[in-house]
Design a protein around this ligand. Structure first.
Ligand SMILES: [Zn+2]
Ligand SMILES: [Zn+2]
Ligand SMILES: [Zn+2]
Ligand SMILES: [Zn+2]
Ligand SMILES: [Zn+2]
Ligand SMILES: [Zn+2]
Length: 258
């Protein structure tokens, strides 16, 4: 089985799907989108799903819920019949260990305070103070410890929330622009990370090249004639007007004589 997640491109081991039955995205990506980004739409068809079902990815043999309305409603966290329900992502699991894994991933505790309490390393066994939502945890980190999480890494990196790196303001700026702050660690720790790529027009950084490319191709314009003649070298324009002014006329005449 070499199916890969349509979002993170890693091999699909656990899949999460809603009533549209798109089984192309891994449970970690779906949970992250639902929990951290509060995005409850299917990544493929953009249909919102109130609930999702999480099961082992087995290709054509993946367990299918034929009717989502048959799932119990009005449920609380924990075991429900033969399933386990995760309230924070509104997801039903048919595997208790995977349910516990996702629950631990979404656990909102302060890693600084956790360390002081000298809890066991396994994140699922940590107790410590719990927060109701990400904003509350961010508030605590900043007011109590003067530390910040990188919001791009929070949405893009596949790690437990309590494993996200914590930066001072200046370390965070360095992390975003060049990726080599003290917190980012040695060259091998960074694994080639050189900061988050930036859209030169909006001056907004993106998690990685894929996210930047999606932004460029949806928010900015390219000249289709240049694109055809110089594949890979064409430029992006901030607004359609800029494109017309600097490129289209010249390209148009060029096209008449070629
Ligand atoms: Zn994924
Ligand atoms: Zn879908
Ligand atoms: Zn703390
Ligand atoms: Zn980051
Ligand atoms: Zn932009
Ligand atoms: Zn052009």
């Amino acid at each position: 089985m070499d199916d890969c997640c349509a979002v993170c491109a890693e091999p699909l081991e656990w899949v999460s799907y809603g009533p549209c039955f798109h089984r192309d995205v891994c449970s970690t990506c779906v949970s992250r989108l639902r929990f951290i980004c509060d995005d409850r739409r299917c990544c493929i068809c953009k249909t919102p799903s109130d609930v999702v079902f999480v099961t082992k990815a087995l290709g054509d043999y993946t367990r299918m819920i034929s009717d989502f309305s048959s799932l119990p409603s009005d449920v609380r966290e924990g075991q429900v019949g033969s399933y386990w329900y995760h309230e924070d992502t509104n997801a039903f699991f048919d595997d208790v260990d995977h349910y516990k894994m996702i629950k631990a991933m979404c656990r909102l505790s302060c890693s600084v305070c956790d360390k002081l309490e000298d809890q066991p390393h396994d994140p699922s066994k940590r107790r410590g103070m719990m927060f109701r939502n990400i904003e509350q945890l961010k508030g605590h980190l900043f007011h109590r410890h003067r530390l910040l999480m990188c919001s791009l890494c929070l949405e893009g990196r596949k790690v437990f929330i309590c494993e996200q790196k914590l930066f001072t303001r200046s370390q965070l700026n360095q992390h975003i622009s060049t990726g080599d702050s003290e917190v980012d660690g040695s060259e091998s720790d960074r694994g080639g990370f050189m900061g988050h790529p930036m859209c030169e027009f909006c001056r907004t950084p993106f998690y990685g090249d894929n996210e930047l490319y999606t932004h460029m191709s949806t928010e900015h314009y390219t000249c289709h004639i240049c694109q055809r003649w110089h594949p890979g070298q064409f430029e992006y324009y901030k607004h359609y007007d800029d494109l017309e002014a600097s490129c289209l006329h010249f390209c148009f005449f060029y096209s008449l004589f070629n």
